[in-house]
Design a protein around this ligand. Structure first.
Ligand code: ADP
Ligand code: MG
Length: 235
């Protein structure tokens, strides 16, 4: 981690249904380059909405949001931002079922200048990193939930993103596979100095982060350095 902000959000607001459903009510947040933060809070508190804003998957109503030197309120170059800066991992891994694991990992690289051979080599390396080098030709439908999530991680890393955004990445897994996924994310974060932002309702997951951000009713209730973690966090 260094001292430079990779995320800076000021007074961010977002509502749906023509302003009738207020979801984010003035979020202020700074995240350092290379930091690992977890975002916790009750269901419906706005965690996924916040993550979607960070990845420019949705448009902000009011406030400022700057991520990896892109001003996301400007609505300019957002495709470039998403494909070059961000790796997404969702609870349901969104893999394409009828193509191989290898091809799934190669997909984000089609938008880059890499040659076919370079794409293949990179996908192989990433699948090796996540412990799936024996499964490159397998289709996702033949894999366990934990293995599919590892493919999703390899895919998220394909374009060397500055930031990984993960929404409940262990939510659909049994605790043993979930633990492995977390260890893997943590290792990758340390090795590659990727900024890692994980939404979770699982305190065991949240505790691994450098900092825990607690969201309630679309606001940040607390942002605690992990060493000050105490029992009264509700999630
Ligand atoms: N596209 C949308 N249209 C309308 N309401 C939405 C939309 N996305 C989220 N919401 C509402 O915003 C609130 C926060 O949702 P979300 O960010 O998914 O919460 P969390 O991830 O913390 O469970 C919920 O009440 C949800 O129903
Ligand atoms: Mg959610």
């Amino acid at each position: 981690m260094n001292n430079k902000n990779i995320v800076k959000i000021e007074n961010l607001e977002k509502s749906y249904e023509n302003g009738n459903i207020k979801v984010l009510n003035g979020i202020d947040l700074e995240i350092k380059e290379g930091e690992f933060v977890s975002i916790i809070g009750p269901s419906g508190s706005g965690k996924s909405t916040l993550l979607n804003m960070l990845g420019a998957l949705d448009i902000v109503d009011n406030g400022k949001i700057n991520v990896a030197n892109y001003d996301l309120t400007k609505k300019k170059n957002l495709d470039e931002f998403r494909s070059e800066k961000i790796g997404f991992i969702f609870q349901l891994h969104n893999l394409i079922p009828n193509i191989s694991v290898m091809e799934n990992v190669e997909i984000p690289m089609y938008e880059t200048k890499l040659s076919g051979k370079q794409r293949t080599n990179k996908a192989l390396k990433l699948l090796n990193d996540v412990g799936l080098k024996d499964k490159t030709k397998t289709k996702p439908t033949k894999l366990s939930g934990g293995e599919r999530q590892r493919v999703a991680i390899a895919r998220a890393l394909a374009n060397d993103p500055a930031i990984i955004l993960a929404d409940e990445p262990t939510g659909s897994l049994d605790s043993r596979s979930g633990k492995k996924i977390l260890e893997l994310l943590n290792d990758l974060h340390k090795e590659k100095n990727v900024t890692l932002i994980i939404v979770t309702h699982d305190m065991n997951v949240a505790k691994l982060a450098d900092r825990i951000i607690e969201v309630l009713d679309g606001k940040i209730l607390k942002s605690n350095d992990n060493s000050f973690l105490n029992e009264d966090i509700n999630c």
